[in-house]
Design a protein around this ligand. Sequence first.
Ligand SMILES: [Zn+2]
Length: 180
Amino acid sequence: MGSIPTRSTKNKIMILVLNADYTPLTIMKLDRAFRLVYKGKAEIISTKGDTISTDKVDYDRPSVIRLLKYVYFPYKKVTLSRFNIYRRDDYKCLYCGSKDSLTLDHIIPRSKGGKNSWTNLATCCMKCNITKGDRFLEETGMVLTQKPFIPSYLFFLHKMNKLNEDWKKYLIKTDNEKTR
Ligand SMILES: [Zn+2]
């Protein structure tokens, strides 16, 4: 039998990975994160639920791990994608707040030179998208409830902490450091 659990439902579980100095580094799938622990490159900081059995020893399933050696890691840029724009905008139309039939709106229409960019793309419901059509925002009387921004990687990490109570202290700590 293999020593490390690989293909299983556990693959859907995401783990918070801290740098050696406890700053949040990334989020990765359980099997990848566990491999780091198994190889002695990381330690388990926080656990959740079941155990992972290996040929050596049983581990409590990690929720947060910490790399033992500091790695220099320039924060990844968040990929511009439909999914990430929805996430940034909380899956809500930035014009009317609807959560139904979402699509993306080019604030400056593509036909008028509008780019595919974080600041020119907004989550939008079909209805508002059709209403706005190919016009500039000023021509429509429609108003953005939130100015589209370029999200940082930590922004998404922070969003995820709603789901993971035990990630909070690491993510919040980083936020405090940022505002100092
Ligand atoms: Zn709308």
